[in-house]
Design a protein around this ligand. Structure first.
Ligand SMILES: *[C@@H]1O[C@H](CO)[C@@H](O)[C@H](O)[C@H]1NC(C)=O
Ligand SMILES: *[C@@H]1O[C@H](CO)[C@@H](O)[C@H](O)[C@H]1NC(C)=O
Ligand SMILES: *[C@@H]1O[C@H](CO)[C@@H](O)[C@H](O)[C@H]1NC(C)=O
Ligand SMILES: *[C@@H]1O[C@H](CO)[C@@H](O)[C@H](O)[C@H]1NC(C)=O
Length: 386
């Protein structure tokens, strides 16, 4: 818990000891004093190395998977004692990752950060153990604009998000939750998000339409503009339309890429998309045809890297100013066959560059990439081949 480490290090001179020259410093501050990165993987890490991060604007600390229980004894210190010092920190962005953190320590960190000017907090690969101590009246964590949680597990169970949000000052604009163990969160227990404009629930493959309906309660997201649902087990755009309609969300952009969408499914009958919706991303969705029930008018429709075998007809498509179709077999009939000949087609490399793979035809058995001038094995190959 870096912020806290930094504070503790200042408060607790006994912890400070000359760094041993034998091992490389766990922390590195860049030349511009902007970014500081610490990776405490050593069994006996030199914690004092984190002191140099005091000057940084962006701080990232990885705990090497260790348990931070040893710091718990300092968690009861009253943050008011070091408030002035926290106020002096330049830190705006903080990432804490790869550790087991007692809930009590996390809460102390948030309290201390309440005096900071931190705007973005990311918690990544963390296991939060034990319960979070009860909310105190003076609890008022940082005034974050962005909160990102990736692969964070909570011993407290289902109510973790509400508990966490209550410890922040109001004004959150962006919330990202990925790799949540349970389907994410149930918004029924949550208060409204009056200022939230950007919700990213990508990389929660267990979410699905049902989880989405649970996450988006009616009238709790009055300011929401951008919703990202990449790789969330969504099956039909129509199902998302229904969830948005129920929630009364006036979206501007919706990202459904990297879901295995069923193109044959009918749109939910009578579902009305938000009239504000401008951008719809349906790339990497394994679509063989344009799904039915799309919004009637869009600014951007991204259908790239699908399996469209023919050019979509005007009657299949919404009225759209910017249509993206690259990486579909109809534009490049050899998109699969061409792999046999060098050079690899631009369309395929465009699709293959993505972090998540294009959905290849499940029937594809043989792939010949010989004489292709490759310097390494391309990403995004089919998972199984003969
Ligand atoms: C931290 O160090 C460990 C061990 O050296 C390494 O495996 C890991 O990739 C590093 N983490 C980052 C984010 O650089
Ligand atoms: C998720 O975080 C845990 C630590 O809490 C870690 O052991 C695990 O490897 C992480 N999973 C992924 C997919 O990164
Ligand atoms: C659509 O999503 C894909 C994959 O997530 C991304 O590469 C692409 O840039 C997005 N398209 C637009 C128009 O933002
Ligand atoms: C792959 O293509 C190369 C060049 O066209 C050819 O010589 C080779 O026999 C092919 N490999 C297979 C397994 O068909």
């Amino acid at each position: 818990v870096p912020g806290l480490y930094l504070l503790l290090l200042l408060l607790l001179p006994p912890l400070l000891h000359a760094s041993e020259a034998t091992q490389p410093e766990p922390c590195e501050l860049d030349d511009d004093d902007v970014r500081c990165f610490c990776n405490f993987t050593d069994p006996q890490p030199d914690w004092s190395s984190a002191l140099q991060c005091m000057a940084a604007v962006e701080v990232e600390i990885r705990g090497g998977g260790r348990d931070l229980e040893q710091f718990l004894k300092y968690a009861s210190k009253d943050p008011k004692e070091y408030a002035d010092m926290v106020k002096a920190l330049r830190m705006r962005r903080l990432t804490v990752g790869a550790a087991r953190v007692p809930g009590q320590l996390l809460v102390s960190l948030l309290r201390a950060l309440g005096y900071s000017r931190l705007r973005e907090l990311t918690l990544e690969d963390l296991e939060v153990t034990g319960i979070l101590p009860p909310l105190l009246l003076e609890d008022s964590g940082p005034a974050l604009s962005t909160l990102c949680l990736r692969n964070v597990s909570w011993a407290t169970g289902g109510a973790w998000l509400e508990d966490l949000l209550q410890r922040l000052k109001p004004g959150l604009k962006e919330l990202h939750i990925a790799q949540a163990l349970s389907p994410g969160f149930s918004c029924a227990q949550l208060r409204a998000f009056p200022t939230l404009t950007n919700l990213d629930l990508s990389d929660n493959p267990g979410l699905g339409e049902r989880g989405l309906i649970e996450a988006l309660c009616p009238n709790k997201f009055p300011a929401l503009r951008d919703l990202a649902l990449r790789n969330t087990g969504i099956e039909t755009p129509g199902g998302v339309c229904a969830a948005l309609w129920v929630a009364g969300v006036q979206l501007h952009s919706l990202d459904l890429s990297h879901n295995a969408l069923r193109s044959t499914a009918q749109g939910t009958p009578g579902c009305v998309w938000p009239r504000t919706l401008n951008d719809l991303n349906l790339s990497f969705a394994g679509l063989e045809q344009v799904p039915k029930g799309l919004p009637p008018q869009l600014n951007v429709l991204d259908l790239s890297c699908n399996r469209l075998n023919r050019a979509p007809g005007q009657d299949e498509l919404p009225k759209v100013s910017n249509l993206r179709l690259e990486g579909n077999p109809f534009l490049d009939p050899g998109v699969l066959k061409r792999l046999e000949d060098p050079p690899i087609s631009a369309a395929v490399s465009a699709c293959a560059g993505s972090a998540l793979t294009c959905v290849w035809p499940r029937t594809l058995n043989d792939l010949n990439l010989s004489f292709a001038g490759l310097e390494q094995v391309p990403k995004g190959l089919p998972p199984q081949l003969n």
